[in-house]
Write a protein that binds this ligand. Structure first.
Ligand code: FMN
Length: 198
């Protein structure tokens, strides 16, 4: 599929069939996605693939029992074929910007960054992954990091990393309950493009 079509067609898939996903192919997509730009060539983003047998374990750590009991979506999401947990390593960015060619930036201290670009790097690689997975005929759902990140990172064995998001990957069953976010009236993409002096 061409890139404009992929971008136009991409939508969150929040319910899956339970059919398996080729984890080797997914690993290749992750490696390709990690060719995304990275500040100072830090390469500080990691993608951890979680197989279907461990998805329930992940969901238990990332959510609360009350949320799971009330959720309309948890069963459909749990039928994903795999997850990709996207994390970044802020310390790698601080170390890189302490190197001689970057030291003048004053960014050896992570709290000095006007924009914490380890999150930007993670976002760019994540978007690339969403498109690559869609191009392979599968669907994706992105879960942001809104709670329990320490618990998830501990479970991943990477407590020093920063949890960016989790991508559910699988075969869409097209039974997604509609997202309330989609009822919001947001300006159309073309209306969000500005021009100055052109
Ligand atoms: C940073 C970020 C966090 C998100 N977190 C969640 C989430 O936790 N759960 C969820 O169902 N969707 C989540 N989404 C998906 C958005 O709700 C979705 O992208 C938006 O409603 C537009 O729908 P579309 O992607 O299908 O076009 C997240 C998206 C982003 C970019």
């Amino acid at each position: 599929m061409d890139l404009p079509t992929l971008l136009t067609d991409r939508r969150m898939t929040r319910s899956f069939t339970g059919d398996p996903v080729d984890l080797d192919a997914l690993a290749r997509s992750c490696a390709l996605a990690l060719r995304a730009p990275t500040a100072g060539n830090c390469g500080g983003v990691r993608m951890t693939i979680v197989g279907s047998e461990s998805i329930a374990d992940y969901v238990e750590r990332a959510t609360d029992a009350e949320w799971r009991a009330a959720s309309r979506r948890v069963a459909g999401l749990a039928r994903a074929g795999a997850l990709v947990v996207v994390t970044s390593r802020p310390a790698d960015y601080a170390a890189r910007y302490a190197e001689p060619d970057k030291a003048a930036s004053g960014l050896a201290d992570p709290t000095a960054w006007p924009v914490p670009y380890w999150h930007g790097d993670a976002g760019m690689a994540t978007m690339a992954l969403l498109l690559l997975v869609q191009d392979a005929g599968l669907g994706t759902a992105l879960w942001g990091n809104f709670r329990h990140d320490a618990r998830v990172l501990e479970w991943l064995g990477a407590p020093e990393e920063s949890l960016f998001a989790t991508v559910f990957v699988g075969h869409p069953d097209r039974l997604d309950p509609p997202s309330s976010s989609l009822r919001r009236a947001v300006p159309a993409p073309a209306e969000r493009v500005r021009r100055r002096g052109a």
